[in-house]
Write a protein that binds this ligand. Structure first.
Ligand SMILES: *Cc1c(COP(=O)(O)O)cnc(C)c1O
Length: 403
């Protein structure tokens, strides 16, 4: 089934004519904006007036340009940009849920999100139940009259499970809930709004920016929710204030225009790497491999041009082996031993003891997150065969594969 939506065509058609006809819109170097008369200021306070700005924590012009481009890419009515992926998640959840409400969340999620849900939200009277999102019947059983949000990652961190977004959206909407999807791992490859999601979140720190030089996030959703989030009296974004700096917004907007090329190269390289590692008889998690449990599902929901994404996980079973392998990979100049992803160079880390260490050991076991898991964000290498040969050399030296 070929998807007809092309997020890159949206970005291609996104033209901004800057203040002086500048092709890159001017960076707004101001926290506050003048008014020619006090009446106008009152009007802006009372209701948003398009093209009028008040204070940069609320909106500033370049953040609006970036938000518009992101909404256009995800096919949402509107968007908001934030200072981090975590602030995007926190603001959405705190806007949608009140004390006494419940969230059903996938158990395989980013460690920071897990910690927020498990440790922090209960302090505010918001309960989170962690479920296996692959088991839609099980998810259904956990819904109560208090459940407000179904939360999942489109492609999960770090096990690369693919969520059945069309099914989950049906379930959510049948029970008056919102489906909130973190699409950080699969920009362009998956368009969750098109598949029924109500809110799409990105950590723009990763693929969207792609240069590992800043932390940023975004929320793509309805105009109504963006208005609520930015409401001067009741909006989580306005009141918690995780505002993205305008200089960063400008650089992210420029990088967004090469996202489609980068995603294609990341995906092609990751598919090659996963296929070759699989051939060596290793345990590899990658949605592009025919043996991946959601390979068929991914094929029905993905935007084909952009592939299966740039992330893979290699399970070498033991923590010590994972550590040795990563050390050797860095020595062989495959890339960096570092957390994060979506960078032009290959990055690798062992999530069991870093980004997912917030998840208790018993739970990590239950979700299949082994201590020997190495998560790899495959870089933009022109010669990926050469990079693979270097990894293979390390694997042979460490006796993880035999030849
Ligand atoms: C990194 C990440 C986040 C958090 O984003 P920050 O920009 O670091 O705040 C959330 N979700 C996923 C899937 C991530 O990889």
């Amino acid at each position: 089934m070929k998807q007809t939506f092309d997020p890159s065509a949206r970005i291609q058609d996104y033209l901004v004519f800057g203040e002086f006809g500048d092709v890159n819109p001017s960076i707004t170097d101001s926290s506050t904006f003048t008014f020619m008369n006090p009446t106008r200021m009152k009007e802006v306070f009372d209701h948003e007036i398009e093209g009028c700005f008040l204070y940069s924590r609320h909106w500033n012009p370049i953040n609006k340009d970036l938000a518009r481009a992101l909404a256009w890419m995800e096919d949402s009515e509107a968007a908001q940009v934030t200072a981090s992926g975590m602030s995007a998640i926190s603001c959405v959840i705190l806007q949608l849920c009140h004390s006494g409400d419940e969230i059903l969340s996938s158990r395989t999620i980013y460690g920071g999100t897990y910690a927020l849900f498990k440790n922090f939200l209960p302090r505010l009277g918001i309960t989170v139940k962690f479920v296996n999102m692959q088991d839609v019947d099980e998810v259904k059983k956990q819904i109560t009259s208090k459940t407000r949000v179904l939360y999942t990652e489109a492609v999960s961190n770090p096990l690369l499970e693919v969520a059945d977004l069309p099914e989950l959206s049906k379930l959510a909407h049948g029970h008056g809930m919102k489906l909130v999807v973190d699409n950080t791992f699969s920009p362009m490859s998956i368009s969750p709004i098109r598949l029924g999601a109500d809110v799409v979140i990105h950590s723009m720190t990763k693929f969207i920016n792609g240069t590992s030089d800043c932390v940023a996030g975004c929320i793509c959703t309805t105009s109504e929710l963006v208005h609520q989030l930015t409401d001067i009296n009741e909006g989580a974004c306005m009141l918690f204030g995780p505002v993205l700096d305008s200089y960063r917004a400008a650089s992210i907007l420029k990088n967004l225009h090469s996202l489609h090329i980068r995603v294609k190269q990341h995906s092609a390289n990751a598919l090659y790497m996963a296929t070759e590692l699989d051939k060596l008889g290793l345990r590899v998690h990658y949605p592009g491999l025919p043996g991946h449990p959601q390979h068929a599902l991914m094929k029905t929901i993905m935007n084909w041009d952009f592939g299966f994404g740039g992330m893979l996980a290699l399970d070498v079973e033991e923590e010590a082996k994972a550590d040795e392998l990563m050390t050797r990979m860095q020595e062989e100049k495959v890339g960096y031993l570092a957390v994060s992803l979506g960078y032009f160079k290959t990055l690798f880390s062992a999530p069991g003891h870093s980004t997912s260490s917030e998840i208790p050991e018993a739970e990590r076991k239950r979700m299949g997150l082994s201590d020997g898991l190495v998560r790899v964000s495959v870089g933009l290498d022109n010669d990926i065969h050469r990079s693979f040969e270097r990894i293979k050399k390390a694997l042979i030296e460490l006796k993880l594969v035999s030849v």
